[in-house]
Design a protein around this ligand. Structure first.
Ligand code: FAD
Length: 427
């Protein structure tokens, strides 16, 4: 079987040493079979192991091969649609529960990093940058909303203050969230995988789940082995393909691209982002960026609906970077890569149970570093019989994309074009 390596990226090039994990070549029995070793799968595995379950993780490629090892590394609170939208869509009771959980994922990451001594360059502080007065007004209401749900580490930044945290002339203001921050995403995943193994969990790499035999004791088949389990957690997100056909119609893989400069040197890096906060702007098709530990600028943006890999990533993302930082015009790009996230129509996570024993969480729509860590905890709670928080997510309504599998990509691209135009016109 082909041995799928990591895609070339700054993260793969600066990954901490990790053991080569074998492919599954046997028939094994376990309590929980987790499909996918991204944050959702690893966080689920860790919480389950901490609660006494026997856990086997199957990973099609390598730990952190998907979005978890390729993302912008930004720890961003709440969900891809905020709690006010949830409130309007599902009512105050469910929104209350989801609102209380909206800041938990970041705390889980910090607990994991401390408890398992994970070396992933964790830094505190994330900035939402407003390009228009309307976006600034939205940040003001977002601060009030988040404070209503107990979040206190927020500061509004006026035009003068935002210049003190990011050397970009585009912004009229912003909001600093000190419980946001950034990490080396692949090293976080590798550290979590090591923690799973330290608690007795088993991870098989190069072991794609190719079929699930559904029954009271479901069996997950890989090309050379099988896992019989009491429960299955499906955590393959945008890379899962059609393994669980029921889930595919209500979500769509999308690509987003990241570039990384050559090291900028301490002086230039400090001029760009003096406090080393990460930044995302408030556009619908947003730009996001931060410094790496060795003082490169890691800059992401853009969305490719349907997850086709663009031919020249640097040609797409570099102009965005230069618009924000014209002072980088002579700086070389050392790495450029693409990764897939899973979009749902509501942009809220798709969570639920198939039959009695197959659980899933996916589709956090490009905003998942914190949510996926929370998801692992909520899934583990559900398997232990405490499903109130799981149900709050599972009850979120989801609808198929208009146009079905064939036309959903052009429809979504049209929608994004519309929102992109609104951003440009400042609506
Ligand atoms: C380029 C990029 C930048 C992003 N930036 C940010 C950011 O800065 N902040 C933020 O909050 N979010 C960001 N996101 C989103 C975030 O990375 C994801 O929401 C999150 O990592 C999803 O984690 P996951 O575990 O659900 O999925 P993934 O990390 O994609 O993991 C799924 C895993 O399952 C495996 N798999 C799939 N099918 C099978 C199978 N059949 N059998 C076995 N294994 C299988 C895959 O190989 C993969 O390793 C970004 C996403 C991308 C792509």
């Amino acid at each position: 079987m082909a041995n799928t390596p990591y895609p070339e990226s700054y993260y793969a090039a600066s990954a901490n040493a990790a053991p080569a994990r074998p492919a599954l070549q046997d028939d094994v029995e376990t309590d929980v079979c987790v499909i996918g070793a991204g944050y959702t799968g690893l966080s689920s595995a860790l919480f389950l192991l901490e609660n006494g379950f026997k856990v086997t993780v199957l990973e099609a490629a390598k730990v952190g091969f998907g979005a978890s090892g390729r993302n912008g590394g930004q720890i961003v609170n709440s969900y891809s649609r905020d709690i006010d939208v949830i409130e309007r869509s599902v009512g105050p009771k469910q929104a209350q529960l989801l609102g209380q959980m909206a800041f938990e994922g970041g705390r889980i990451i910090r607990e994991r990093v401390a408890k398992y001594n994970i070396q992933c360059d964790l830094k505190d502080g994330g900035v939402f940058a407003a390009i228009t007065d309307k976006q600034m007004g939205h940040l003001e209401s977002q601060k009030r909303l988040w404070e209503r749900f107990g979040h206190t580490q927020l500061e509004l930044l006026d035009q003068r203050r935002i210049r003190e945290v990011v050397a970009c002339d585009q912004y009229v203001g912003g909001m600093l969230d000190m419980s946001g921050g950034h990490i080396h995403p692949l090293n976080l995943a590798l550290g979590e995988a090591a923690a799973v193994e330290s608690l007795g969990g088993t991870i098989y790499e190069q072991s794609p789940a190719v079929r699930i035999e559904r029954s009271a004791n479901p069996v997950v088949h890989t090309p050379q082995g099988k896992v019989r389990a009491k429960f299955i957690i499906v955590a393959g997100n945008a890379y899962i393909g059609n393994l669980v056909p029921e889930l595919a119609a209500k979500s769509m893989p999308c690509g987003t691209q990241v570039i990384t400069t050559e090291p900028l040197g301490d002086e230039l890096a400090k001029r760009l982002l003096p406090q080393d906060y990460c930044v995302e702007d408030c556009n619908y098709l947003l730009d996001y960026y931060r410094l790496s530990a060795d003082k490169r600028l890691i800059f992401g943006g853009g969305v490719v609906y349907g997850a086709r890999d663009p031919a020249n990533i640097e040609a797409i993302i570099r102009p965005k970077m230069l618009k924000a930082f014209p002072q980088l015009k002579d700086v070389k790009i050392d790495y450029a890569w693409t990764g897939n996230f899973l979009l749902t129509l509501s942009r809220l996570p798709q969570v639920g149970r198939l039959g009695d024993n197959i659980y899933y969480s996916q589709g956090c729509s490009g905003h998942g570093v914190t949510y996926t860590h929370l998801a692992g905890k909520v899934l583990a709670e559900a398997l232990r019989g405490q499903a109130e928080r799981f149900d709050a997510f599972a009850d979120l309504p989801h609808y198929p994309f208009p146009g079905g599998q064939l036309l959903r990509t052009p429809f979504a691209a049209l929608g994004a074009w519309y929102y992109g135009l609104r951003d440009k016109l400042g609506y």
